[in-house]
Design a binder for this molecule. Structure first.
Ligand code: SF4
Length: 375
């Protein structure tokens, strides 16, 4: 079992908060698709023959690709790798791309899940973020996808930014519940220094994010999703009726994945690899049959820390039996004291042999994980 991530490095315009790799020029789109197909072949042995259970088109904006271009990439994956029958194929899509015509075109592909970047249903918020879509498209894209029979939909929302009052945040969450989307991902706005938002804050044109507001809105999110039958199966991810993201769940469970395309990351259990985040360098290198990537061999403590960081964020928590089986006993001795302290303070709870964050613990998940890291 393994996953494939395909990075499509193009966007119509740059959202002010975004630090992902993309180009706003699609001049080399065809060349990049060709190079992605080549990279799938060049790296055919990376997953040691494991069958593919998920393909995830991320970016950038994969919905800028035509159905034909998406099919070219998927066909190549099917040609090179064994693929599971119930494979999940997700396409990240921006609301302005999901026109009626585009959605029916996408019905001709094996894509069976949309991840729609809604972010907000408010016009002024979308403008503030410099999103390419408007509030009306935010709503109509979900409805159109559902009407066309795409029921496996996840939507993204952002909270914790100055324009977002409690009333607006409540409205955004309620809309998702009304649309009965089976899956929601919600992220607190983070400010990366090299983004437009980072520059606005440095120049005093924009007030910084407020941690207290973010925490309050996260608490509201957890309450409302729970009240409406959604399970918080990962800190930022909510699903109804166990509509978990197969792809992301694989990440969190440490299942190997290969990342194809500029800036894409890969992981095979013991090694991380990341491709160059530059479209031209990527094209040049792939044209000489070289994958332009850096690698890092993960030490045992890196693997331990990685497991703690990802598993702690999920509803399944840290599996103590797995830690005992996989890592030296002194690692477990080292984390015992901080772990017991967090349990005593009600931030972590023990269920049989699993350690799981409480709602209070979810507010400081990164800090708890860092305190459990082996140095
Ligand atoms: S559409 Fe997505 S990838 Fe593109 S700039 Fe906006 S947030 Fe970044």
């Amino acid at each position: 079992m393994a996953g494939i991530y395909i990075h499509i490095p193009f966007c119509k315009q740059a959202c002010h908060y975004c630090d992902f790799h993309f180009s706003t020029s699609v001049k080399y789109k065809n060349e990049i698709i060709q190079a992605i197909q080549s990279e799938v072949e060049l790296r055919k042995d990376y997953l040691s023959g494991a069958s593919i259970s998920s393909i995830y088109f991320g970016g950038g904006t994969p919905s800028l690709l035509s159905a034909k271009e998406i099919n070219r990439i998927i066909d190549q994956v099917y040609l090179i790798h064994p693929v599971e029958n119930d494979i999940e194929i997700t396409l990240e899509a921006n609301p302005d791309d999901l026109t009626k015509g585009k959605i029916s075109e996408l019905r001709t592909t094996p894509v069976n899940r949309f991840s729609i970047g809604i972010q907000s249903f408010f016009e002024e918020d979308l403008k503030w973020m410099n999103r390419a879509h408007n509030a009306q498209e935010a709503e109509s894209s979900i409805k159109r996808a559902q009407d066309a029979g795409f029921n496996n939909i996840t939507c993204d929302l952002i909270y914790g930014y100055p324009l977002l009052s409690e009333a607006k945040w409540t409205n955004n969450i309620n809309k998702m519940i009304e649309f009965e989307v089976p899956h929601l991902s919600a992220y607190s706005m983070t400010v990366e220094p090299q983004t437009a938002l980072g520059a606005f804050i440095r120049k005093g044109k924009q007030q910084p994010m407020n941690e207290g507001q973010s925490a309050d809105q996260f608490i509201l999110l957890m309450q409302k999703m729970q009240e409406n039958g959604y399970e918080q199966y990962e800190i930022s991810n909510f699903a109804r009726d166990k509509n978990y993201s197969q792809h992301n769940t694989s990440y969190w469970k440490g299942i190997p994945y290969i990342g194809i395309g500029p800036s894409a990351h890969s992981f095979n259990g013991v090694e991380r690899q990341w491709n160059v985040a530059n479209n031209m360098k990527y094209l040049e290198s792939i044209s000489t049959d070289q994958v332009p990537a850096e690698k890092e061999l993960l030490s045992l403590s890196d693997q331990f820390n990685e497991y703690i960081m990802t598993s702690l964020r999920t509803k399944w928590g840290v599996d103590y039996a797995y830690l005992e089986k996989r890592f030296p006993s002194d690692f477990l001795t080292e984390i015992n004291e901080p772990l017991q302290s967090y349990i005593a303070r009600g931030k972590v709870q023990k269920s049989e042999k699993h350690y799981i964050l409480t709602d209070e613990g979810k507010l400081i998940a990164d800090q708890i994980a860092a305190d459990l890291f082996i140095t």
